[in-house]
Design a protein around this ligand. Structure first.
Ligand code: NAP
Length: 272
C-alpha cells in the first residue's frame, strides 16, 4: 500500500479503515477483516468508544506492529488541558494495546484552550516516544494559522472531503503548508454514490461508485478512511487503487457541483 510521509517516523498508508459507529464484535471483525485483506491503517478516536475493540481486531489479525498505522484523536469535551492530554496518551496506549500511537489528532478545534497548551502536551507525548506524529481535525485555515504560531509541527488535517464537498480552498492551503489531508466521510456517507458522474465513470472503469470516489481522492494526493462493516465492501474500498483514471475524468470530478457539508455538529467551529 502506498504511503504518504508525515515525518521521518510516520508514513501514513493512503487507505485506512474508518471506525466511527463501529462497536462491539462488529468493530473487532471489521478491523480483523480489513487487516487480513491488506489494510494497514486504522482510524479511531476516543469519542468512538472502540479502542478496546480495535485492539482486539488488531490482535486477531496478528500483523507485526511496525506494519500498522493507528490514528486516534483527543476528545473535545474537556480533553485539551495539558494534564488531560498527558493522561489520555497513557490511557490510549493501554486501551489500544500498543506502545506508540502513529498519529494523534485534536479531534475538533476548541479555542477555549490555547493550542500552545494542547499541542505542547501532545508534543511531550511525542518526545517520550508515545506518539509518532501530531495532527488536527476539522481545522480551517484560520485554526491552522493559530496552530502554526505555536511552532509545533503539525503533519495532518483530517476533514470531511468527498466529490460533492471537495474542500478546494482548504486543500490548496494545506498543500502550500505541507500538511497532508485525510478525507473523512470519503463516500459522503453514501450520499455521493448516487451521483450521475460517479455512476458513469464506474461503468467506464468497471468499478463501483465508491471506488471512483476513493480513487479520485487518492489520485489527488490525499488519504481516505472509508468505514464499512461489510467484508465485501471493506474489500471493494481497498481495491479502489487497482485502476488508473484518465486525468480528464479526474478533472470532471474536480469540477463537480458542490453540496453542503454532511458533518456539522453544533460544537463545530467551521465559520472561524
Ligand atoms: N475527524 C472527524 O471528525 C470525523 C468525522 C466523521 C468521520 N470520521 C472518520 O472517517 C470515517 C469514514 O467516514 P464515515 O463513516 O462518516 O462515512 P463514509 O466512510 O463516507 O461512509 C460510510 C457509509 O458508507 C457505507 N459504505 C462503505 N463502503 C461502501 C461501499 N463500497 N458501497 C456502498 N456503501 C458503502 C457504510 O455502510 P456499511 O458499514 O453498512 O458498509 C456506511 O454507511 C469514520 O468511520 C471515521 O473514522 C472522522
Amino acid at each position: 500500500m502506498k504511503t504518504i510521509r508525515l515525518n521521518d517516523a510516520a508514513h501514513i498508508p493512503v487507505i485506512g479503515l474508518g471506525t466511527w459507529n463501529l462497536n462491539g464484535e462488529s468493530c473487532v471483525e471489521s478491523v480483523e477483516t480489513a487487516l487480513t485483506l491488506g489494510y494497514r491503517h486504522i482510524d479511531t478516536a476516543d469519542a468512538y468508544g472502540n479502542h478496546h475493540e480495535v485492539a482486539e481486531g488488531v490482535r486477531r489479525a496478528g500483523i507485526p506492529r511496525e506494519e500498522l498505522f493507528i490514528t486516534t484523536k483527543l476528545p473535545l469535551s474537556n480533553g485539551y488541558a495539558r494534564d488531560t492530554v498527558l493522561a489520555s496518551g497513557e490511557r490510549f496506549l493501554k486501551e489500544l494495546g500498543i506502545e506508540y500511537i502513529d498519529l494523534l489528532l485534536i479531534h475538533w478545534p476548541d479555542r477555549s484552550y490555547p493550542f500552545s497548551e494542547t499541542l505542547g502536551a501532545m508534543n511531550e507525548l511525542k518526545t517520550k516516544g508515545m506518539v509518532r506524529a501530531l495532527g488536527v481535525s476539522n481545522f480551517t485555515p484560520h485554526h491552522l494559522e493559530d496552530a502554526f504560531a505555536t511552532g509545533i509541527e503539525i503533519t495532518n488535517n483530517q476533514v470531511e472531503l468527498h466529490p460533492s464537498f471537495n474542500q478546494k480552498v482548504l486543500r490548496e492551503f494545506c498543500a502550500s503548508k505541507g500538511i497532508a489531508i485525510t478525507a473523512y466521510s470519503p463516500l459522503g456517507r453514501k450520499r455521493d454514490l448516487a451521483l450521475a458522474l460517479l455512476l458513469e465513470l464506474a461503468k467506464k472503469y468497471s468499478a463501483t461508485p465508491a471506488q471512483i470516489a476513493l480513487n479520485w481522492i487518492l489520485s489527488r494526493g490525499m488519504i481516505a478512511i472509508p468505514k464499512s462493516s461489510h467484508p465485501e465492501r471493506i474489500k471493494e474500498n481497498f481495491e479502489a487503487t487497482s485502476f488508473v483514471m484518465d486525468e480528464a475524468d479526474l478533472r470532471r470530478i474536480d469540477e463537480m457541483p458542490q453540496g453542503e457539508r454532511i458533518v456539522w455538529p453544533t460544537f463545530a467551529d467551521f465559520k472561524y
